[in-house]
Design a protein around this ligand. Structure first.
Ligand code: NAP
Length: 474
């Protein structure tokens, strides 16, 4: 029965109905921040295009960083709340439009992350063997979109462009002894390819200097401490930084100090090497007769201070070549537009002002953005907790000014009916728990943490064959 519309919105009898689009960390932290409140009362549906939740916690965090994935326990607590629902396998923009969401919910929060990657914009980028790091990350994490990607690791040297934590993840996975990864949740397909890999050296091209790298010192330490792997850095280049150490921010100073330690240490016996090339930018990828990458043409840079005080890399004109059979561009993620949501193409985010969605300069009442699709692809998983809290605070503040959705439409059953009329097979959190159990059992058989389903079809077929079918009640 529809509730009497004069019952105040946000009361226990008439909770604010919220759709969160995207079940990654930003989406879950937002749900948590809303559900924790005693007043106003919220009822949260988290919609996700995959049948499985957790976004980059499942498909981004590297398999040898299991402790970071433990945050799923926090998300499971949120999911156990009786005013929370997970609606998996629902693609907003195809199965439901943004306009329909706005009609069925009082508030809509986009937490869709940054679905594409930044490109280098240099000749040869389209050659085979030139990859987006994001595709490699999706591949080793068995993301259904990337699992069949043919990564050739048959050459001795790979180049990674960029100096962020993703670049370090890629380098570490390429260099680590595959047997150490065999016990993790690395996909069986990736394990097989990494076991066969002939990569012995990964060259990280960093366009600016040691003081401006973006990776965390602990990520470099993780690589330096790997069995059979050494880090090679030009000592003279680093020593040149020593007199300027005190001008650096504490985090950057620590990073350079650690690199100085590495550069001055006795060489570690190793079969594989991570080489850090500072002040170096790729200007062209060179191909062989098959159209496959064979080398990278690299230009030396110098640093120039901009009017705003930033240090910028400027090409010096000196160039050299590095032979390599694979190139991974890891120069940041970028948001992709979602049909029906205003997009800021310059920033690559959903157009917003402090989390409130903006269209043509005006606030769109009841619509919000959170996480990477709000602020761009920066920060670690925990950063999204504070971000989510800030956006949730704005949502709470806005409740008295909302135009509530039509009473009949804002019922849970109305959305369910719309989706079932369209033959969308929605997965619940109980369905995810069933899939989770299968993955863990299948991993156990192989002596590893988990073996993930490789495709959405495989997940859906499993659920259809199981007792409850798809849509088992939570
Ligand atoms: P990022 O931290 O933004 O790093 C991007 C890197 O690419 C920077 O070093 C940047 O150099 C460089 N770059 C950009 N354009 C370039 C170009 N045209 N040519 C050469 N280099 C270029 O991005 P990310 O590594 O993708 O990581 C995204 C976020 O996820 C980060 O906040 C990261 O900390 C987080 N993350 C964390 C972990 C972890 O905690 N373990 C793991 C993965 C990701 P400039 O500085 O010169 O622009």
């Amino acid at each position: 029965m529809p509730t009497d519309p004069i019952t105040p919105l946000g009361s226990p009898e008439r909770p604010v109905r919220v759709a969160v689009v995207g079940a990654g960390p930003a989406g879950f932290f937002t749900a948590e921040a809303l559900l924790r409140r005693e007043a106003p009362v919220f009822d949260v549906d988290v919609l996700e295009r995959l049948p499985t939740p957790f976004g980059l916690v499942r498909a981004g965090v590297a398999p040898d960083h299991q402790q970071i994935k433990n945050v799923h326990k926090v998300f499971e607590k949120t999911a156990a709340h009786d005013r929370f629902r997970f609606l998996g396998n629902v693609r907003v923009g195809r199965d439901l439009s943004v306009r329909e969401l706005a009609a069925h919910y009082d508030q809509v929060v986009f937490a869709i992350g940054s679905a594409s990657d930044r490109r280098l914009g240099i000749p040869g980028e389209e050659l085979t063997g030139s990859h987006a790091a994001t595709a490699f990350v999706g591949w080793y994490n068995t993301h259904p979109d990337f699992v069949d990607f043919p990564f050739e690791l048959g050459h001795e040297r790979a180049v990674v462009v960029g100096a962020g934590n993703v670049a370090m993840d890629v380098a570490r996975v390429l260099l680590r002894d595959a047997e150490e990864l065999a016990v993790t949740d690395l996909g069986a397909h990736a394990l097989e390819a990494l076991r066969r890999s002939r990569v012995r050296e990964v060259v990280l091209l960093v366009r600016r200097g040691p003081g401006q790298a973006a990776f965390d010192v602990r990520e470099l330490r993780d690589v330096a401490e790997l069995k059979g792997v050494r880090v090679s850095i030009d000592r003279a280049q680093l020593e040149a930084e020593r007199p300027r150490l005190d001008e650096l921010e504490p985090v950057a100073k620590k990073r350079v100090e650690y690199m100085l330690e590495l550069a001055n240490a006795a060489p570690k016996p190793a079969e594989r090497t991570l080489r850090l090339e500072f002040l170096a930018s790729p200007v062209e990828l060179l191909g062989d007769e098959r159209g496959h990458v064979r080398a990278v043409r690299v230009e030396r840079n110098r640093l120039e201070r901009t009017a705003a005080g930033e240090l910028r890399a400027v090409g010096s004109g000196d160039a050299f070549e590095i032979e390599a059979g694979a190139v991974f561009r890891s120069v940041g993620y970028r948001g992709a537009p979602l049909d029906g949501a205003p997009f800021d193409p310059r920033a690559g985010v959903i157009d917003n002002r402090d989390g409130r969605v903006v269209d043509g300069g005006s606030i769109v009442t009841g619509q919000y953005a959170v996480g990477w699709c709000r602020r761009g692809a920066t920060g670690v998983i925990g950063t999204n907790k504070a971000d989510a809290q800030a956006v949730a605070d704005r949502m709470i503040e806005d409740v008295p000014r909302l135009r509530p959705a039509d009473e009949a439409r804002r019922a849970r059953a109305a959305v369910d009916r719309l989706l079932s009329d369209r033959d969308v097979r929605v997965t619940t959190f109980a369905d995810w728990s069933a899939l989770d159990a299968v993955e863990i059992a299948s991993g156990r058989e192989r002596g590893k943490i988990r073996e993930k389903f490789r495709s959405v079809d495989a997940m859906m077929n499993h659920l259809l064959r199981s007792v409850g079918g798809v849509g088992a009640e939570d």
